[in-house]
Design a protein around this ligand. Structure first.
Ligand code: NA7
Length: 542
């Protein structure tokens, strides 16, 4: 891209001002590095800036889904509810941006369209859509794992005379569904969150489901002053323990197998965690459903029973019960989803029985019926984990395209670097723990490891850092070996890239857990950053 302006030069360019980008900027400053954040939105917050649809809420408890790097911050920010809403999380991230004076180095409405490694300077040139150019020695992609929307195009889409709303591009002033007939396409976490709230207003709702999700109640509620005070008093311990766990949350479950206990006790344990409300506790009730199909069948049978109870109508319930292992696709958390499907003005449309054929002027035609609607909500998900960076398509050594490389396989070393792309770091890149755990913990792990690596490079004269091909190959093999011990490969999901046509098939999150990953990265850092080549830059200007 040609540009007439003089490039803005920094030590580090960070792409994205979400949870990862904000912390990375703060960390760069503590390292004495001059960093700028380029953010495509008009505000900070990343995924929590864009996903403003009704019911948007995190499925990790607010006391755990927050930064741990600053004790005053965690003591002072008073979360209102057990599960925070999108506006509350966005307010928190805005507060962090102000509190740490981050905004002066954040460029908003700066949509990065290209990033190129320059062989001569051994640095990066980054361009934004509006023609701004930035150069830096290092680039950190804090581009998010659920930030590139998947918006399918349906036949006849342009003929539809009503309104189409995309969950991750929601109108900032909301939308009034009163008196409207609405189709919600998608029954993942987003569709499950949106549907009950839309149904409260709308005249008629059609929930268009292709693949059902397992969902459990959030039992959301306000946090009392007493429990908030008790939780923050033990924050240091809570955070330390979280870093040793599988999912980045101290669920306080014992480490036992399903088959160590009598059947009645297994059931009681599942019921206790179900009644607690939320996925982290339920998923870790026992240590084996993710690695043992028989144990998974026990969890699946328990959850299927709960769905039948909540739905009431046995025939409808069968269409809502998934046929894949629990946890191999996202375990969703809801407030009144199944109860909403019992309403007379809400109908489930099973797209496996009759797929969508076309949008029409007045609605949607499936293989066996016409649905007249005024509004179509697309809750169709994301090009997850690699999508946002694939869209930018950074060019590394010899002009190599990251998109082309990832079309073959979502390769990385530790999820923080890709061989052939020197000085480009990825926060929660493929093959590291991220979406299958508490994102705040995963992000802090990545930022802190990248910071150690950056410090190491800066101490060596702003050196060039790259992952070796051998280290990358070793990590790919290890991540695949771990994934193949689990039930994750048994289902098509956005974890495996299956929701995007043509995307390489691989379990993208690293399944060794937050604790396991922490051990690996600590050990690698202590071993002189094994697998990373740190060398003097030819034209070191810094
Ligand atoms: P998901 O979990 O990917 O769900 C998307 C849903 O949309 C899913 O039910 C899809 O069915 C459905 N979908 C996607 N494309 C189509 C088309 N073309 N026709 C019909 N149905 C379609 O995304 P979410 O936003 O709900 O959740 C993502 C994560 O965000 C969530 O797990 C939390 O971590 C936060 P399919 O499965 O493809 O059959």
């Amino acid at each position: 891209m040609s540009t007439t302006t003089i490039p803005e030069q920094r030590d580090v360019i960070i792409i994205g001002a979400g949870i990862a980008g904000l912390y990375m900027l703060h960390t760069c400053r503590t390292l004495g590095l001059d960093a700028v954040v380029l953010e495509r939105g008009d505000g900070v917050g990343g995924t929590w800036y864009w996903n403003r649809y009704p019911g948007a809420r995190c499925d990790v408890e607010s006391l755990d889904y927050s930064y741990s790097f600053d004790d005053d911050l965690q003591q002072e920010w008073r979360w209102a509810e057990k599960y925070a809403t999108q506006p509350e999380i966005l307010a928190y991230l805005d507060h962090v941006a102000d509190r740490f004076d981050l905004r002066r180095d954040i460029r908003l409405a700066a949509n990065v369209v290209s990033a190129e490694f320059d062989e001569r300077t051994e640095g990066w040139t980054v361009d934004t859509e509006d023609g701004r150019r930035f150069t830096a020695t290092y680039v950190v992609a804090a581009t998010g794992v659920l930030s590139q929307p998947k918006v399918p195009s349906f036949p006849g889409q342009d003929d539809f005379r009503g309104t189409v709303l995309v969950s991750s591009q929601w109108p900032s002033d909301g939308f009034d569904f009163t008196g409207k007939r609405v189709a919600v396409i998608g029954a993942g976490s987003t569709g499950i969150q949106i549907t009950p709230l839309v149904a409260e207003q709308a005249e008629q709702v059609f929930v268009m489901q292709r693949t059902p999700s397992y969902s459990i109640p959030a039992y959301n509620r306000l946090l009392t002053d007493e429990e908030f005070a008790a939780a923050v008093a033990e924050y240091p311990e809570r955070r330390r323990t979280a870093r040793t766990t599988l999912l980045g949350v101290d669920t306080r479950n014992p480490n036992v197998s399903t088959f160590e206990l009598p059947e009645a006790e297994v059931r009681a344990a599942y019921q206790r965690n179900f009644d607690y409300g939320g996925p982290m506790k339920l998923l870790t009730t026992f240590n084996d459903p993710i690695v043992d199909q028989r144990a998974n069948d026990v969890a699946a049978a328990f959850l299927a029973e709960r769905i039948r109870e909540r739905v009431g109508d046995p025939e409808l319930a069968e269409r809502l019960i998934p046929d894949y292992p629990v946890g191999s696709r996202r375990l969703c958390v809801d407030t009144d989803y199944y109860e909403t499907l019992r309403r007379d003005d809400v109908a489930l449309v099973d797209l496996r029985e009759a797929p969508i054929v076309t949008f029409t002027e007045s609605g949607i035609r499936t293989a066996d019926a016409e649905y007249a609607v005024d509004v179509i909500v697309l809750a169709t998900g994301f090009d997850a984990i690699t999508g946002a960076l694939r869209a930018i398509d950074p060019r590394g050594r010899y002009g190599a395209s990251l998109r082309r490389k990832w079309d073959e396989y979502p390769a990385s070393y530790l999820g923080v670097m890709v061989a052939g792309f020197p000085n480009l770091f990825t926060i929660t890149g493929p093959l590291s723990p991220s979406v299958n755990s508490n994102m705040f913990v995963a992000i802090e792990q990545h930022v802190e490891f990248i910071a150690r690596l950056l410090e190491h490079a800066v101490d060596r004269g702003h050196a060039l850092v790259e992952a070796t091909v051998k280290a990358e190959e070793g990590w790919i093999a290890h991540a695949a070996e771990v994934a193949n011990m689990t039930v994750f490969p048994l289902a098509d999901s956005w974890y495996t890239g299956a929701n995007i046509a043509g995307k390489a098939s691989a379990v993208m999150p690293y399944l060794g857990g937050i604790g396991g990953y922490q051990q690996v990265i600590d050990e690698i850092a202590d071993d002189d950053f094994r697998g990373f080549k740190v060398s003097e830059r030819a034209l070191a200007s810094a």
